[in-house]
Ligand binder design. Structure first.
Ligand SMILES: CC(C)(COP(=O)(O)OP(=O)(O)OC[C@H]1O[C@@H](n2cnc3c(N)ncnc32)[C@H](O)[C@@H]1OP(=O)(O)O)[C@@H](O)C(=O)NCCC(=O)NCCS
Length: 402
């Protein structure tokens, strides 16, 4: 990349990176007060990269990352890099700046022994070439609160406490950290992540409301929403987040939401595919599916380490992985009785590293990937064998947008 220089940014340069990123999304620059209060705190020190053009001291590209931990099938948590803040100045696109930023990030993650990275994408056609693949899905639904009747066997739930903004900022990080992971795809949330959310809360013109559920042993769930109250039309409660330790907390939060006054419907953000909510209503059509979408795109930066970290179902299979961006990952891997080793045995299933990321948390089946021509079954039985190994009981879900 002789026409550019790339380096880590610090001080005021990080704010330039924020400006460039927001401009890339067609948004305005952060105001002074906003930047001083939360903006700067959302950037993990040393983790914002910048690209400068030759003979030009202006920033033309940026990407950043922050630390987290990803829950993988079997329950282990792996060091994870949350990639975000990616943008290239619009008069310098399509000349390899993003490619260089991606390369530098992978080098950085490998040096810090971070085996997995992930991002949420603006467009689905950008990141597959760098080895990222869709690895969790979310499902949205809309509940007509006027028709909603909970079944009599749905748990009653505990007390609900309303938090103001300052209390929410103070208490949600600890509460989220105390809740069990839904399953594969769950991410821990760093102070940088929470600073980003706080900034969003503070600058939003929406009246955000935070509810905490108190169960038998204390706080065990929370929900955040805002309502659009429209005179003479349906008023909708937008459920932006809900995390619950168990089915009682889930039901308690929903029971409360369904009873909020002056609301005709609840529209959810992307929820786990196996969440019980639609089953709680007397009429199962009360919760109407309105959409589903990719959430987390995963990149296995260190394939041997990532494969070794998760649990598997029964069986044995030889995978041949190809990774043109990080060729050290390429090769054959034997998964046998839960153990993963490099092998010289003949391949049964050939796949790219993005497709491996799509299988890794259990969201997609190898049979579906084979049907789409995205994996090559050298042995006709291999997709079914892979599904026995990689399938998970809990639907992978992330629920932490960054
Ligand atoms: C998306 C973006 C970062 C790409 O940066 P860039 O420097 O132009 O990317 P590169 O030149 O390194 O392109 C690498 C490859 O990706 C392709 N590509 C880049 N952006 C693409 C897009 N939006 N859609 C489809 N392909 C894209 C390029 O054509 C190129 O393909 P090739 O290797 O076959 O030639 C830049 O266009 C941008 O800032 N967009 C607005 C903000 C944004 O969407 N950020 C992403 C947040 S997740």
């Amino acid at each position: 990349m002789s026409d550019f220089t790339l380096r880590a940014l610090d001080g005021d340069e990080v704010r330039d990176a924020a400006r460039l990123f927001l401009a890339g999304l067609h948004l305005g620059a952060p105001k002074d007060e906003e930047w001083d209060r939360t903006g700067a705190r959302a950037y993990q020190p040393g983790r914002t990269l910048g690209v400068f053009g030759a003979g030009d001291d202006r920033l033309i590209g940026t990407a950043r990352s922050m630390d987290a931990e990803l829950t993988v099938p079997g329950g282990r948590r792996l060091p994870f890099a949350s990639v975000t803040g990616v943008a290239v100045r619009q008069d310098r696109t399509r000349r390899g700046v993003l490619t260089e930023l991606m390369r530098a990030q992978f080098e950085d993650f490998a040096a810090r022994q971070v085996p997995v990275a992930g991002l949420y994408v603006t467009e689905g056609s950008i990141y597959g070439r760098f080895g990222y693949g869709v690895s969790t899905l979310g499902h949205q639904y809309k509940v007509d609160t006027r028709r909603a009747r909970l079944r009599p066997d749905v748990p009653r739930g505990g007390e609900i406490e309303l938090l103001d903004l300052e209390e929410a900022v103070e208490r949600l990080p600890g509460l989220y950290a105390s809740l069990p992971a839904h399953g594969p795809g769950h991410l821990t949330r760093s102070p940088w992540w929470w600073a980003g959310l706080e900034g969003m809360f503070r600058r939003s013109d929406k009246p955000f409301v935070t509810l905490v559920h108190h169960g038998a042993t204390g706080p065990d769930g929370f929900a955040c929403y805002y309502a659009d109250r429209i005179f003479d039309a349906d008023s909708v409660l937008h459920l932006e987040a809900l995390h619950a330790a168990d089915s009682t907390a889930l039901a308690g939060l929903w029971r409360h939401l369904l009873g909020v006054d002056l609301i005709d419907g609840i529209s959810t953000s992307y929820r786990p595919a196996d969440e019980a909510v639609p089953l709680m209503f007397e009429d199962p059509r009360t919760a109407k599916a309105t959409g589903s979408a990719d959430e987390l795109w995963l990149r296995l930066v260190d394939v041997p380490a990532a494969l070794a970290a998760r649990a598997y179902g029964r069986g044995s299979l030889v995978l041949e992985v190809s990774d043109v961006v990080l060729p050290a990952n390429s090769g054959r891997y034997l998964i046998d009785d839960g153990e993963v080793t490099r092998t010289e045995r003949p391949a049964q299933l050939r796949l790219g590293v993005s497709e491996l990321a799509m299988l890794y948390l259990g969201t997609w089946t190898a049979r579906a990937l084979a049907a789409a021509g995205r994996v090559e079954a050298v042995d006709a039985a291999a997709p079914a064998l892979a599904d026995d190994l990689f399938g998970t009981r809990t639907a992978p879900w992330c629920g932490t947008f960054f």
